[in-house]
Design a protein around this ligand. Structure first.
Ligand code: KIV
Length: 277
């Protein structure tokens, strides 16, 4: 039985390319991304129609039980990128550059990006604004698609004083606007906004010529991402309000993930009143 619109896409969907992502963005269709760390889930998410699989360094917390993403190494990231790439058929695979793998210099970043791309990533993601623009330019000039990450940048959790909402003051909001523009000008193909006010995310999304992917940044971003284990309702402990358990009301993971795709595309998720800031 197949009653869901996304159920049968796998046999028909062509591989997602950067060009295709740009087409979807230009048409106003919301983009879907979930974190993914292994081959089996890669196949499940791809089958459900998720366009982008983010091999996030959140795996340090989700898979390794660490208290932050800081200890994750490049070798560990490459292992999980390889696993995801092996299970994936059509989704776009993004590899997170872990802490201390790109901060030193653009050429260090290029070497690290090469490790992830050779493991099967099609794009790399790096955190932060300002100083990262030069690195993003360096990578994109050399054929590496880059996703930026602004707002709450978990690798800086110790500097930020915890997992707090960012961009709340006028000054912080204007720095964020500036950083987003610099990343876009430097060649970033998209930017993740984590834990920032929905109104600010909406405003910057309107200003930028590239997609923004929100996590705790409201419904007006160009797309959404969640940590897989959070949206499957299996993460223990207190979760941020932007998380929704998509297994509620569904009997299988396939159905829960398909519901995520439908709710993001139809802008039912996130609901700014419930999940936004
Ligand atoms: O590592 C990760 O999973 C991420 C997402 C939270 C965007 O960066």
């Amino acid at each position: 039985m197949s009653s869901h619109p996304q159920d049968s896409h796998h046999t028909t969907r062509k591989p997602i390319t950067l060009h295709r992502l740009r087409e979807l963005y230009a048409s106003g269709e919301k983009l879907t991304m979930l974190t993914c760390y292994d081959a089996t889930f890669a196949r499940v998410l791809d089958d459900a129609g998720v366009e982008m699989l983010l091999v996030g360094d959140s795996l340090g917390m989700v898979l390794q039980g660490k208290s932050s993403t800081v200890p994750v190494t490049l070798d560990e990231m490459a292992y999980h990128v390889r696993s995801v790439a092996a299970g994936n058929k059509t989704a776009w695979v993004i590899g997170d550059m872990p802490f201390a793998s790109y901060q030193q210099s653009p050429s260090q970043a290029m070497q690290s990006a090469a490790v992830l791309m050779q493991a099967g990533a099609q794009m790399v993601k790096l955190e932060g604004g300002g100083w990262t623009a030069e690195t993003v330019h360096f990578l994109t000039e050399r054929g590496v698609p880059v996703c930026g990450h602004l707002g709450l940048t978990p690798q800086s959790v110790h500097a930020l004083g915890g997992y707090r909402i960012q961009g709340k003051t006028d000054e912080a909001a204007s720095v964020l606007r500036q950083h987003a523009k610099e990343l876009s000008d430097a060649g970033a193909a998209m930017i993740v906004f984590e834990l920032i006010p929905s109104v600010l995310a909406a405003e910057i999304t309107r200003l930028l010529p590239i997609p923004t992917i929100g996590i705790g940044a409201g419904v007006d971003c160009s797309g959404q991402v969640l940590v897989l284990h959070d949206m499957l309702g299996i993460t223990r402990g207190r979760l941020p309000r932007f998380v929704k358990n998509f297994m509620q009301g569904y009997a299988s993971i396939d159905e829960g993930v398909a519901a995520y795709v439908v709710e993001v595309k139809s802008e039912q998720f996130p609901d700014n009143a419930t999940h936004g800031y």
